[in-house]
Design a protein around this ligand. Structure first.
Ligand SMILES: *Cc1c(COP(=O)(O)O)cnc(C)c1O
Ligand code: SF4
Length: 352
């Protein structure tokens, strides 16, 4: 199950709105900039290494790429340090042979399969349900716990979500809907606007939460059409962003964050603690401070979900706890994320 996330052209096609056919859509100069960015994204380790001045390095794994394709937009690649194989951004997206040397790990470590109440709608916790809004993402993160999730089967579009929306409408114990995926912002604003309007029409809902990496990876996704539906939502809108490293935050990202905030959204961040990316006190401190400087509150720091192919990113609980303990001493309380692990079947994310 690998042609599932962002680079899957069928899924990207589903996001292209009203174009008659895909070629027209892909060739059209009228497409929003962020869709052009998706089209122009790097789609192989070879291209990626060329781009960062490491063309002569031999770390490529065709097998890993076949299992989970490489996908990284150029504006994200541009933030990588040239000639540095240890770059924390590069390591989030480069397919490496270790993915097959990894021992352990399962296909669905967080029990998403059994939490699906109707197609595309997951409920694990009280008051809130999660809609797999789209299978596509802005980037393919090698450590993603959803790398084996059968996204291609997830319904998308107002028609595809009909059953999920009926279920949400009927269940008045819900007061919050989380749009997730994949990445919900891979859906066109034309369609998102309809979805948000529909959710706002259910009076028991009070909050809509968007789990997305787009503002991090392709900040131009935060366009006027998006800001309009955020601003006009009756329900409070929360964005849970996904920054892992301070180098991901450049001036374009800072503008996007400011626009989201000005549109009335509350901004939170969740990170994954990743060996070789952000597994030091300094990396976490610098990230958290930069986030709070730009009005983004660190929410969760996740211990890795042990998905097959990603266990080389694992950080021990002992080291994770020592990093967070040091953060508590160094930072104001609101800048310290909660260190959690997701345990399938538990009624909430589990603090360490
Ligand atoms: C993580 C998750 C949530 C959100 O949990 P919070 O602790 O509220 O952030 C909701 N639903 C599902 C299915 C999840 O996996
Ligand atoms: S971590 Fe999020 S953005 Fe990255 S591949 Fe997974 S679902 Fe997509």
């Amino acid at each position: 199950m690998t042609e599932i996330l962002a680079s899957n052209d069928n899924l990207v096609e589903g996001t292209l709105g009203s174009f008659e056919n895909r070629d027209d859509a892909l060739n059209s100069a009228n497409r929003p900039g962020w869709q052009q960015s998706m089209k122009a994204a790097i789609r192989s380790s070879r291209q990626l290494l060329d781009q960062v001045g490491l063309a002569d390095v031999n770390v490529i794994s065709a097998m890993a790429e076949k299992e989970f394709p490489v996908f990284a937009p150029l504006e994200y690649v541009a933030r990588m340090k040239k000639g540095d194989l240890a770059d924390p951004l590069l390591n989030q997206v480069l397919a490496v042979p270790q993915e097959f040397a990894d021992v352990g790990g399962v296909a669905d470590p967080v029990g998403d399969g059994s939490a699906e109440i109707v197609p595309g709608l997951l409920q694990k916790y009280q008051r809130r349900a999660l809609l797999i809004t789209s299978g596509a993402c802005a980037i393919h993160c090698r450590y993603c716990f959803r790398r084996h999730f059968p996204y291609a089967d997830a319904p998308t579009g107002m028609h595809g979500w009909a059953k999920a929306l009926e279920t949400i409408q009927a269940d008045t114990s819900l007061d919050e809907i989380i749009l997730s995926g994949g990445d919900p912002l891979s859906v066109s604003d034309h369609v998102l606007k309809q979805l948000i309007a529909r959710l706002n029409s259910f009076s028991h809902l009070k909050r809509i939460r968007i789990h997305t990496r787009f503002p991090v990876v392709i900040p131009s996704r935060v366009c006027n059409d998006l800001l309009n539906w955020v601003e006009s939502s009756r329900c409070a809108v929360y964005f849970v962003l996904h920054f892992n490293h301070i180098s991901e935050i450049d001036s374009n990202v800072i503008v996007a964050l400011k626009q989201l905030r000005q549109a009335g959204a509350t901004l939170l961040n969740q990170s994954v603690l990743l060996r070789g990316v952000n597994d030091s006190f300094e990396a976490q401190r610098d990230l958290c401070l930069k986030l709070v400087d730009h009005h983004v509150l660190p929410y969760y720091l996740h211990q890795l979900d042990l998905v097959r192919g990603a266990t080389h990113f694992e950080v021990s609980d002992e080291h994770a706890l020592s990093i967070v303990e040091s953060l508590r001493k160094a930072l104001p309380g609101y800048a310290v994320p909660k260190l959690v692990r997701e345990i399938a079947g538990q009624p909430h994310k589990t603090p360490l």
